[in-house]
Design a protein. Structure first.
Length: 171
């Protein structure tokens, strides 16, 4: 039974990723990206890595959503943005992601009712993850933190308004 659920969650992840890549609208792509990340979280849960599943949902799906909302707030474009947000509330925009999320939610309910994911893999707790991250994978963790820092600095410089410099000119 768990193998069938694993294949369904895998299919949802692949389909959501393909939909994310092919969407022209950034918000539509974001909805499918979040669903893809949620499906990967379900896959981790089914494999017995509950801690990794929680981290996937909180850090990736949650952080990407907050980052996107922050960018929208930073780019406040007035009435044009209000009209665009109103068009995003149409059922054609959210019905596909909602159906995929419903499939993932049903899978999680089935796993919880059937007694967990202990039969599909070894349970991994936070201590083992920490030992792995700060042991043999320390260099990878530090490189990822530097990459995130570079992205943060780049986003800051791209988002700040251009200031016209008038060096040496008298007003």
């Amino acid at each position: 039974m768990m193998l069938i659920l694993f294949y369904i969650a895998s299919a949802v992840a692949v389909f959501a990723t393909l939909m994310m890549i092919t969407r022209l609208n950034a918000v539509h792509g974001l909805l499918y990206l979040i669903l893809s990340l949620l499906a990967v979280g379900v896959l981790f849960f089914l494999l017995g890595a509950h801690f990794a599943a929680v981290l996937e949902v909180i850090i990736y799906a949650g952080a990407i959503m907050v980052l996107f909302v922050f960018v929208i707030m930073m780019l406040n474009q007035g009435q044009k943005t209000v009209d665009q947000e109103r068009s995003w509330l149409q059922p054609a925009t959210w019905i596909g992601p909602s159906l995929l999320a419903l499939i993932l939610f049903a899978e999680l309910l089935i796993v919880i009712v059937l007694g967990g994911s202990a039969e599909t893999g070894q349970l991994v707790d936070s201590k083992h993850v920490a030992i792995a991250l700060y042991g043999p994978y320390l260099l990878a963790v530090e490189l990822a933190s530097m990459l995130l820092l570079a992205g943060l600095v780049g986003a800051y410089h791209l988002g700040k308004p251009m200031i016209k410099k008038t060096w040496g000119k008298k007003s």
